[in-house]
Design a protein around this ligand. Structure first.
Ligand SMILES: Cc1cc2nc3c(=O)[nH]c(=O)nc-3n(C[C@H](O)[C@H](O)[C@H](O)COP(=O)(O)OP(=O)(O)OC[C@H]3O[C@@H](n4cnc5c(N)ncnc54)[C@H](O)[C@@H]3O)c2cc1C
Length: 456
């Protein structure tokens, strides 16, 4: 009998842990390398946030099978957990009470991936060479040899900067002490930082809206707190989402509630604001749109940049990747999630075939596989790694099979959440001419007797 394959999994987030469960179930050896001191380290950073997907979409099936013999009580499928509850009720027991506890190496940051004896340019015999994964832990540099690599290292640690051109705004790096990225806990851990201040949030996605909503609560509790919303697009309503059409009800409600906060004047809206310069002027920050000196600007105390994330590809520079040049997602996946075309949370389930890279045995998975696209759902990631584990095990039939039905969502805005120019269609592109529908997904939904995908 040949020896079981070793599979290196980068990142012990929800998808990395699920990958390990599937690899283990197929009789292979997973080794999970996690940069943080604990598993699911990124989720720990946003644990104050309430998820918009209920439990039924947050638990992986192979993980559930590992948890079952430990006496685990599966949570009510219709309840929406917070990030903290996701950790406490699912991810922590999975990482500490199942056989996964023996395969996770925490405080182990992957710094490079290559193939033994092969630099990126060398081809002949390449496929037979094992992967070499370099990582850094408390003791120093370490190397792991593996037959396959699943990169599920997420995007949390590489947030997008404030500049509308994708670069840090001029001066942004010099005023880092007054800028926070992503989703600070403005009502809890980080309250003191923001209470009584003028705080601007840049962005129009769910993270921005969640933070703005929490800041309005802080403004009611802490006198002097003022909330400014900076968004690049001209139409704030695009950020309100699908409302009642969103099948992820909590997400629809968040958008609808935020719309009412904006209407009541609790949030000062600066639409069409493209941050170009951030400078310190005495004890305030001056954030400018367009021109440093004389253009439009706001004076604030704190800036929260919630403009999404991008994948860190630096440690993959010595392996062969095939990524879409714009979205930085695998080329076969990018057209399904391109925010220029559609912003639906609903994406056709996909797996090994779309995620495999040119270096055979290397896969991107989880939110990192979506590159710069903002619509990833954990349940999509669980289906990805089920298929990838089957592919590595040589079970092509299971790798190709689709075992997931994704929730429909009504958040299908033309041109994406923050898209400028009108796109040719939203979910999956324009509908066929003969169909009475607004887009491919709408046509598909109507074809199976549903009322539509909800985006019109
Ligand atoms: C605020 C917020 C709310 C969200 N809400 C939902 C929701 O309601 N429903 C939903 O389905 N999805 C939601 N998502 C999206 C997504 O499902 C989650 O981000 C999910 O955590 C992605 O899982 P992941 O395992 O792919 O990545 P992550 O959870 O980011 O895990 C990646 C792990 O890799 C580690 N890592 C990073 N770099 C390295 C390295 N070089 N070496 C080793 N380890 C590394 C990180 O420390 C981290 O633990 C939300 C995301 C955010 C940010």
């Amino acid at each position: 009998m040949s020896e079981a394959k070793t599979v290196a999994i980068i990142g012990a987030g929800p998808v990395g842990l699920a990958a390990a469960a599937h690899i283990l179930e197929r009789g292979m050896k997973p080794v999970v390398l996690e940069s943080g001191p604990e598993s699911a380290y990124s989720v720990r950073q946003w644990q104050h946030v309430q998820l918009f997907s209920p439990w039924e979409y947050n638990v992986d099936k192979a993980a559930e099978r590992l948890l079952a013999p430990t006496g685990w009580n599966s949570p009510d499928p219709h309840v929406y957990p917070t990030g903290a509850e996701l950790l406490e009720r699912y991810l922590d027991p999975l990482a500490s009470r199942t056989p996964l506890k023996d395969v996770i190496r925490t405080s182990s940051r992957v710094t490079a991936v290559s193939r033994l004896g092969f630099d990126k340019a060398k081809t002949r015999g390449r496929e037979k060479a094992p992967f070499e994964v370099h990582y850094q832990n408390g003791k120093g540099p370490e190397t792991l040899r593996a037959d396959a690599v699943i990169d599920a290292s997420g995007t949390w640690h590489s947030p997008n900067p404030a500049g509308a051109n994708g670069l840090p705004a001029i001066g942004e790096r010099d005023v880092q002490s007054r800028i926070t990225y992503a989703m600070p806990d403005v009502l809890g851990r980080d309250r003191e930082r923001f209470a009584g201040k003028t705080v601007a949030v840049l962005g129009a996605g769910h993270s921005a809206i969640g933070t703005l909503t929490d800041l309005t609560t802080l403004a009611r509790q802490a006198p002097g707190t003022e909330v400014v919303w900076l968004l690049r697009g001209n139409d704030p309503a695009k950020a309100f989402g699908g409302g009642a059409n969103d099948k992820l009800v909590a997400r629809g409600e968040l958008g609808a509630h935020f719309a009412s906060l904006v209407a009541s004047g609790l949030v000062r809206v600066e639409a069409g604001f493209s941050v170009s310069h951030v400078t310190s002027t005495g004890d305030r920050l001056r954030v400018a749109s367009g021109s440093a000196c004389c253009g439009r600007h706001v004076f604030i105390d704190e800036l929260i940049v919630a403009t999404g994330f991008r994948p860190d590809l630096s440690f993959l520079s010595e392996v062969r990747l095939r990524l879409d040049p714009a979205i930085e997602a695998p080329v076969a996946l990018a057209p399904l999630i391109d925010p220029n075309e559609h912003s639906c949370g609903t994406v056709r389930p996909h797996g090994a075939r779309e995620l495999a890279q040119d270096d055979r045995g290397l896969y991107l998975a989880g939110i990192k596989s979506y590159g710069r696209a903002p619509t990833f759902l954990m349940i999509t990631g669980y289906e990805q790694v089920r298929s990838i584990a089957a592919d590595i095990a040589g079970d092509r039939e299971a790798a190709e099979r689709v075992e997931l039905e994704l929730p429909e969502t009504g958040v299908c805005t033309r041109g994406g959440v923050e898209g400028g120019a009108a796109a040719s269609g939203c979910c999956g592109g324009p509908a066929p001419a003969e169909a009475n529908a607004c887009c491919v997904q709408d046509a598909g939904a109507k074809a199976v007797g549903k009322t539509g995908c909800g985006c019109s």
